[in-house]
Design a binder for this molecule. Structure first.
Ligand SMILES: [Zn+2]
Length: 204
């Protein structure tokens, strides 16, 4: 049982991390739904990444959906937070600034249950702040695994297979795949692409 009791009245922080395709959003949605079944007031927030992602919902790769409020920055949460809300869900936590740490601490201190999902490492295999800090301050951390696209083992890394060198391009899911430690390389592994292009992209 990785979740705390729904009958607990004090606040706390839960973090769900993993690579892309590890089911983080699916798990966030599952916990949000259970809180809704328990008749708790729930609000879900997510970062506005670009205009394609202004839709007021969060959708998992399995096409499960819950309503979500897009925020331009995490401070905007104070403009939208309902005083009756008992559970706050936050998706794509890695795209918010470090201020999210203070804000979720504040929410938990006020007695709210806060569930944050996000990528724990970037496509170079490096810690993806603010998720590592959120993991440290959380009462409960769940690390999810995807399936390595090379060998089928549990995958903990997000391999970039196309595109440039920006940290993570949201929505460009075709540019990434899940890999295990053995098959992950901290560069664009575009072996299906033209060799000259691969050389350029692999050497920032
Ligand atoms: Zn593998």
């Amino acid at each position: 049982m990785s979740e705390f009791s729904y009958f607990q009245t004090r606040g706390w922080i839960e973090v769900v991390v993993g690579s892309m395709y590890s089911g983080k959003t699916e798990e966030l949605i599952r916990r949000v739904r259970r809180a809704q079944f328990a008749k708790l007031q729930v609000q879900v927030f997510k970062p506005v990444i670009d205009n394609r992602y202004r839709a007021k919902e969060v959708t998992s790769h399995n096409q499960n959906t819950v309503d979500a409020m897009p925020l331009n920055n995490i401070e905007e949460i104070w403009d939208h937070l309902n005083p009756k809300t008992r559970v706050v869900g936050i998706d794509e936590g890695q795209f918010f600034s470090a201020e999210i740490v203070n804000i979720v601490q504040d929410l938990a201190d006020r007695g709210l249950r806060v569930i944050i999902a996000g990528l724990d490492t970037d496509w170079k295999g490096q810690p993806f702040e603010p998720m590592p800090t959120l993991m440290a301050i959380a009462e409960n951390v769940t690390k999810q695994h995807a399936v390595c696209m090379r060998c089928g083992a549990p995958a903990s890394r997000t391999q970039k297979i196309a595109g440039g060198n920006s940290q993570i391009e949201v929505g460009a899911t075709e540019s990434y795949e899940a890999r295990c430690r053995e098959h992950f390389v901290p560069r664009v592994d575009s072996r299906h692409e033209d060799k000259s292009e691969q050389m350029t992209e692999a050497n920032p």
